[in-house]
Design a protein around this ligand. Structure first.
Ligand SMILES: Cc1cc2nc3c(=O)[nH]c(=O)nc-3n(C[C@H](O)[C@H](O)[C@H](O)COP(=O)(O)O)c2cc1C
Length: 307
């Protein structure tokens, strides 16, 4: 089989992607800044930074610190808000030439509902990712995502007003991620994204103080990959909607781990900070793997590690 015969296309909850690689929320801005290094069309889709009803200034600095095999961030959902997105970002989205999803976050159920209602009429946006798993905000985020009953209520409210693909983003910090996944599925989610960062902290022993201004932050990168693969394995066995796997994907073999565990697509976050061409390299690596092992479509590998 020829390398280019190996197919990476996927229909993810009704969205057609050229490949299963998605730029993870918060790690790719609005997709425009990376254009000098990579064609945004190398991605299957781009998820933009967590967007809130009102602009947010985020947490006090320092907000990032490198850790063994990863990094800790406490951005605190800094973003210019939905009005800025509609006025300044929306008109440019067609230039990206791949589907764009908006990650939404609220401090109350009503804020999530309002954001979803606004985005329901934005045709340039292919779907929303509901972030109920941010570890770096005091209200909303993972404090909502840990309670299956609350998740079912929240996603039910969003579902009532949002007709396009609705993805829910989960965290293992939520406790029982499978129960939360099932609650989101029952409430009408079309797909699930997992995992968000895991809460952690780093202390500067010279200053004898926490390094981050927020004290704690979210751990991402290869350090969390085994936790994420396990979460995808368990959740994809429990629900019948597609799972998007993420957490420490740096190269094609990492993406394959998630696919073999049951992910229909994968998202890449931290790797973008050190290798802006990561999407192109991983899609080439996936094609090479399919070719070397005699598969014509990566679909044949989804969940294939299951005995
Ligand atoms: C700097 C930074 C900002 C992030 N911002 C968001 C965000 O706004 N919304 C969200 O759902 N996830 C956010 N995330 C989590 C990532 O989308 C992703 O779930 C997580 O980092 C695991 O993937 P990775 O190890 O490939 O980075 C952020 C991660 C980082 C590192």
């Amino acid at each position: 089989m020829n390398l280019f015969d190996a197919s990476l296309t996927v229909n993810l909850a009704g969205i057609s992607l050229a490949n299963p690689l998605i730029a993870a929320s918060g790690c790719y801005g609005y997709g425009f800044d990376y254009r000098r290094w990579i064609d945004p069309g190398d991605w299957g889709a781009i998820v933009v930074k967590g967007t809130t009803l009102r602009p947010r200034t985020g947490n006090p600095p320092p907000r990032l610190v490198e850790t063994p095999s990863g990094m800790l961030n406490a951005i605190g959902l800094q973003n210019p808000g939905i009005d800025f997105f509609l006025k300044s970002i929306r008109p440019q989205l067609p230039e990206l030439q791949c589907p764009v999803l908006v990650n939404i976050a609220g401090e109350t159920l009503e804020e999530y509902r309002q954001l979803a209602a606004i985005l329901n009429s934005v045709t340039e946006v292919s779907g929303i990712e509901v972030n109920i798993s941010c570890p770096n905000v005091k209200r909303g985020g993972v404090s909502f995502g840990g309670d299956p009953a609350l998740v079912e209520e929240l996603i039910g409210l969003v579902r009532e007003v949002y007709r396009l693909p609705l993805i829910v983003k989960l965290s293992p910090d939520a406790g029982n991620i499978v129960s939360v996944a099932e609650a989101a599925w029952r409430a009408g989610a079309d797909a699930l994204s997992l995992i968000n960062t895991i809460k952690g902290m780093v202390i500067d022993v010279q200053k004898r103080r926490p390094v981050l201004g927020n004290i704690t932050g979210g751990l991402s990168g290869p350090a969390i990959r085994p936790v994420a693969v396990r979460a995808v394995w368990e959740v994809s066995a429990a629900v019948s909607i597609p799972v998007i796997g993420m957490g420490g994907i740096m190269q094609a073999d990492d993406a394959l781990e998630f696919i073999l565990a049951g992910a229909c697509a994968v998202a890449i976050g931290t790797a973008n900070f050190i290798n802006p061409a990561v999407a192109r390299e991983i899609s080439q690596g996936l094609r090479q793997y399919l070719c070397d092992h005699g598969f014509s479509h990566y679909r044949e590998l989804i969940g294939a590690a299951r005995p």
